[in-house]
Design a protein around this ligand. Structure first.
Ligand code: FES
Length: 149
């Protein structure tokens, strides 16, 4: 019995390692985005339509801008679950969470204000970006970029 249990444990460990390290199942797909610590001008306010996601690129990182009731928010555009394009998602209202974006691939819902997961399958929040508006220009920078990655 103990030999069988040891074999089962070793097999489960091998399978888990293969799936996460070899196939990337269950990893945060924004973990390796390079840090963007400067403000990057990415769009003009007049380009943004209410409740219509717009894909921009800050450095090399895709970001989705959304304007809701005149307020502009920004999240990393690559879904933490499996890299779906949030800039192709729907903007919806979730009762206590306010405006959210729903990933077009598997339906995860993220709060626009801070990237929190409102509904899975995603289990890791979407990185939120700081937004600055000067004249007609929209600039973004990462909030709490992870150093040395
Ligand atoms: S890729 Fe976004 S929910 Fe799966």
């Amino acid at each position: 019995m103990s030999t069988a249990a040891l074999g089962l444990t070793a097999t489960a460990g091998y399978l888990g390692g293969h799936l996460s390290f070899g196939r990337g199942v269950g990893v945060n797909n924004t973990s390796f985005e390079p840090p963007v610590t400067d403000w990057v001008r990415v769009a003009s306010v007049s380009e943004l339509k209410e409740r219509t996601p717009k894909r921009v690129v800050a450095g090399t990182v895709p970001v989705v801008l959304v304007k809701v009731d005149g307020r502009i928010t920004a999240l990393s555009s690559t879904c933490t679950h499996a890299s779906g394009p949030l800039d192709e998602g729907d903007i919806i209202d979730e009762h206590s969470h306010g405006a959210c974006v729903r990933c077009p691939w598997h339906g995860s819902v993220f709060r626009l204000a801070d990237g929190a997961v409102v509904r899975g399958p995603a289990s890791v929040r979407q990185p939120a970006w700081a937004v600055k508006v000067e004249d007609d220009h929209v600039s973004v920078t990462m909030i709490d970029p992870v150093p040395d990655h």
